[in-house]
Design a protein around this ligand. Structure first.
Ligand SMILES: *Cc1c(COP(=O)(O)O)cnc(C)c1O
Length: 404
């Protein structure tokens, strides 16, 4: 059992008021709030040991380097990567995906096939479309059912000896669907295709073991799991990371430079050109420690209670439609109320201090599939409460009555 009142005290922002009402933050799928300990780690770095890393012999530089590299080890341990140099620190999910998509350019030929799913975030669609444009490869899409789940029989049909890459998210940010990624990875591998899993939305809720999954790449952003913005991770199997060319050239990523020939640094630095987000990396490690302290199983159990309660109460509202599965999903609810534009509900409940997301959630293909302009998305975290859900439900009812 989690002591939610105690946990809430760790998050300074949860004390604030919005439009004179206590903040109810249900936009966790867009970004999570940050505990004081994460904020403090950033202040501590800049106050006490700010220096550039990997280059100075002086004390501050070594302290900063140690803290940054310790964070990499924490990330390695959290995701159970076999080697610490399989963890590339990036600016986030989008950066990680682009790094891989660009790196594959020289391995993909005309007529090769790349499979994505209809549930993807734009950041897991556009970089692959750009790769296909560069290489004349063909992009294929795993369709979804009305319930918002991947149709696995269709995936089986898409796989062939031409399949080179498969990209799916672990959890859909728009609908909360948890995809059967282990099955997808194993099937893709049986055709010799490499698999990248977009874990941006799964990592706040589920503890990931990349060796057990056997994925080739797994990517996420720290800001969705209590860490700061501007930092994230690319896990890649060593053999792939050795094969892929560097993404950017610059300092940090070289072994030797001269005008005849430059040689690249070993992993992970080959992919880490330039001065990184040092405080962000350190804070990412602190955020993982914090979440592991609470425990991912505890988080999953509690978030499911919140999800079940909110789903049950929302379904009692007349004209409600929830998109995506009702079971076996992350704590994300996408819904609409008949006859009302999602934006109008979002605007009214913001006046009552409640933050939800309205719109297409960077997943326009899903909205097109359901033939809707967007949804209202409420997404819960372990620091939310059942009382907040009650207030939210009353607010949605009030908005509905005002708008109809
Ligand atoms: C948030 C999100 C992204 C993009 O993450 P950034 O931090 O904006 O790079 C990609 N995929 C999914 C599933 C997401 O939820």
């Amino acid at each position: 059992m989690l002591d939610i009142e105690k946990i809430r005290k760790d998050f300074p922002i949860l004390k604030r008021k919005v439009n004179s009402k206590p903040l109810i933050y249900f936009d966790n799928a867009a970004t999570s709030q940050k505990p004081q300990i994460v904020i403090d780690s950033i202040v501590d770095y800049y106050s006490n040991y700010n220096a550039n890393i990997h280059r100075g012999v002086h004390t501050l530089s070594q302290e900063a380097t140690n803290a940054y590299e310790e964070a990499r080890i924490k990330i390695q341990n959290h995701f159970n990567a076999e080697k610490s140099h399989e963890i590339i620190l990036t600016s986030g999910t989008t950066h990680s995906i682009n790094l891989v998509a660009t790196g594959f350019t020289s391995f993909i030929q005309k007529g090769d096939e790349i499979i994505v799913s209809a549930l993807e975030h734009h950041s897991n669609i556009v970089p692959w479309q750009m790769l296909c444009e560069r290489t004349e490869a063909v992009l294929k899409v795993i369709p979804i059912s009305l319930k918002g789940e991947l149709i696995m029989e269709e995936f089986d049909k898409l796989l062939s000896k031409n399949t080179k890459l498969v990209f799916v998210n672990h959890v859909s940010n728009a609908l909360g669907t948890i995809n059967p990624i282990k099955e997808i990875i194993d099937k893709a591998h049986s055709f010799g295709a490499a698999v990248l899993i977009d874990g941006a939305q799964a990592t706040p809720h589920i503890k990931i073991d990349v060796q057990e999954l056997d994925c080739d790449f797994y990517v996420c952003s720290a800001h969705k799991l209590c860490g700061p913005t501007g930092i994230g991770m690319l896990y890649g199997k060593e053999e792939w990371l050795n094969k892929l060319p560097p993404y950017q050239g610059g300092g940090e990523m070289i072994a030797t430079v001269n005008f005849e020939k430059t040689t690249y640094a070993d992993l992970p630095y080959k992919f880490e050109a330039g001065t990184p987000n040092i405080s962000g990396g350190i804070a990412f490690g602190v955020a993982l420690d914090y979440m592991n302290g609470i425990g991912f199983e505890n988080i999953a159990t509690y978030e499911k209670e919140l999800l079940d309660l909110a789903t049950k109460k929302l379904l009692e509202i007349e004209g409600i439609k929830i998109y995506g599965p009702l079971e076996n999903k992350a704590s994300v609810i996408s819904f609409n109320i008949e006859g009302i534009h999602p934006f109008d509900i979002g605007t009214i409940i913001d006046k009552l201090g409640i933050a939800v997301r309205t719109g297409h959630h960077c997943t326009q293909p899903i909205m097109d599939f359901y033939k809707i302009p967007g949804t209202i998305r409420a997404s819960f975290s372990f620091y939310n409460t059942k009382e907040e859900i009650d207030i939210f439900i009353e607010a949605v009812k009030r908005a509905r009555n005002m708008l109809l």
